[in-house]
Write a protein that binds this ligand. Structure first.
Ligand code: AP5
Length: 227
């Protein structure tokens, strides 16, 4: 399956992308995670993108599209992928369509996770992430078993550099102006699936899973056929 996850900062894209990855056995490709890792590792890419990411601005389209094109050339995406946080602009949406056309692949679904602004701000203020394995927690809704420590790999949890109140507001503004037009853009392809992102993580995932299974079945096909 080839899936795009759309949604505002804090809507739960990363949380749901991980569940989709585990359930459908397809890799999560998060442009945000790739940029943060490059920054943490001190690579040339990290140096180039740090000012955008830490300030809550978007990394330029040409660089981001190039990065995704390269990632989609890897062997592990042959059975599908879930793109988390890409595309985020109309040029990026055109970029992914072009890449897929070159590869002879089609998108199965564009999942748009919808959450109110009030909930988004509270989720990001209380988010903690594991810098080692990327696991995400929420201090009220999904706290780690041991305070301040990742359940999976026991690394000390961190507050993401771009989760300060000012930067969150900037990211939300960027989302509204540059990313929301993608909803209309993908509506025309009849691949768009709107999902209410306000419930429990597991309930939201069940709704996404049912929609994806329904689409993958299509007339006379199975999920395995389309994976
Ligand atoms: P990115 O990493 O993609 O960040 P984002 O889009 O701002 O989204 P977040 O990761 O903040 O939130 P999320 O929707 O994944 O929610 P999460 O699951 O974590 O991008 C970061 C930066 O990189 C950008 O600002 C930009 O600079 C750059 N960048 C990335 N992609 C780019 C692109 N394509 N083009 C240009 N620049 C790009 O959940 C949030 C919190 O809520 C967590 O604590 C979680 O535990 C909790 N939570 C999740 N679901 C629920 C639920 N149902 N109930 C209660 N709590 C929940």
């Amino acid at each position: 399956m080839r899936i795009i996850l759309l949604g505002a900062p804090g809507s739960g894209k990363g949380t749901q992308a991980r569940l989709i990855q585990d359930h459908f056995g397809i890799p999560q490709i998060s442009t945000g995670d790739i940029f943060r890792k490059a920054i943490a590792d001190g690579t040339p890419l990290g140096a180039e993108v740090e000012k955008y990411v830490s300030g809550g601005a978007l990394v330029p389209d040409s660089l981001t599209i190039r990065l995704v094109r390269e990632r989609l050339s890897h062997e592990d995406v042959r059975r599908g992928f879930v793109l988390d946080g890409f595309p985020r602009t109309i040029p990026q949406a055109k970029g992914i369509e072009e890449i897929l056309a070159e590869l002879g692949w089609e998108l199965d679904a564009v999942v748009n996770i919808r959450v109110s602004e009030e909930v988004l701000v509270s989720r990001l203020a209380l988010r903690r992430t594991c810098p080692a394995c990327g696991m995400m927690y929420h201090m009220e809704n999904r706290p780690p078993v041991s305070e301040g420590e990742c359940d999976e790999c026991k690394t000390a949890l961190e507050v993401r550099a771009d989760d300060s109140e000012d930067t969150v507001r900037k990211r939300l503004g960027v989302y509204l102006s540059q990313t929301t037009p993608l909803v209309e853009y993908f509506e025309r392809t009849s691949r768009l699936v709107n999902i209410d992102g306000a419930g429990r993580v597991e309930e939201i995932f069940d709704n996404i899973r049912l929609e994806l299974e329904e689409r993958a079945r299509g007339p006379g096909t199975s999920i395995d056929d389309k994976a």
